[in-house]
Write a protein that binds this ligand. Structure first.
Ligand SMILES: CC(C)(COP(=O)(O)OP(=O)(O)OC[C@H]1O[C@@H](n2cnc3c(N)ncnc32)[C@H](O)[C@@H]1OP(=O)(O)O)[C@@H](O)C(=O)NCCC(=O)NCCS
Length: 157
């Protein structure tokens, strides 16, 4: 994969997104969930594709933009392309949209066992606020994390 860029996902991307989803989560989303998100006015479904063909999906992000806050609903990177800063690039796009639109905070939930993702969110300035017990179907608790956009002086690259 050469360089990559973010663009809005289309229904044609869903097959590749499902492949990544299955290797990424114990309770993966199905195609209906991705397609429903694409039809919500306040939902952003973005894919990271290679600049050469714009066809190969390396990862994706789903977040909601609402006046009270931006909320992250899904972010995943193909196992073949992890550790290259791709998740950080997608999360920066989400945070920059919140800053640009003067939305006060970005919030997310993450499994308490997902130490890699928690580390990544902390690097970006997210702070742990509280835990939600038995948040996931298998009984695992979620850590709720928040980033206040007023704590960021300018947009990040
Ligand atoms: C979490 C995930 C999206 C990270 O994607 P990625 O593209 O590999 O992440 P990046 O390369 O952008 O990582 C950026 C930083 O996060 C940290 N990080 C990412 N994955 C990590 C891991 N497994 N362990 C420790 N730190 C990790 C690193 O510190 C890295 O920064 P650095 O290398 O500059 O120090 C990816 O592992 C994934 O798809 N996991 C399955 C789905 C998932 O758990 N999503 C989050 C749900 S809330």
């Amino acid at each position: 994969m050469s360089t990559v860029s973010l663009r809005p996902a289309t229904p044609d991307d869903v097959a590749q997104m499902l492949q990544i989803e299955k290797m990424s989560y114990p309770e993966p989303w199905n195609s209906t969930q991705f397609l429903e998100e694409m039809n919500k006015s306040y939902s952003r479904v973005l894919v990271l594709t290679d600049d050469e063909t714009d066809e190969f999906v390396a990862g994706y992000i789903v977040y909601w933009v609402q006046v009270e806050g931006v909320s992250l609903h899904n972010v995943a990177v193909d196992v073949k392309w992890r550790g290259l800063g791709f998740a950080k690039k997608m999360l920066h796009a989400m945070i920059n949209e919140a800053v640009r639109d003067e939305i006060p905070k970005v919030i997310l939930e993450v499994r308490v066992s997902n130490t890699g993702a928690i580390h990544l969110y902390q690097q970006l300035g997210f702070i742990k606020t509280h835990e939600r017990q038995k948040f996931y179907k298998d009984g695992e608790a979620a850590l709720v994390m928040e980033l206040k956009t007023s704590d960021l002086s300018t947009t990040i690259q």
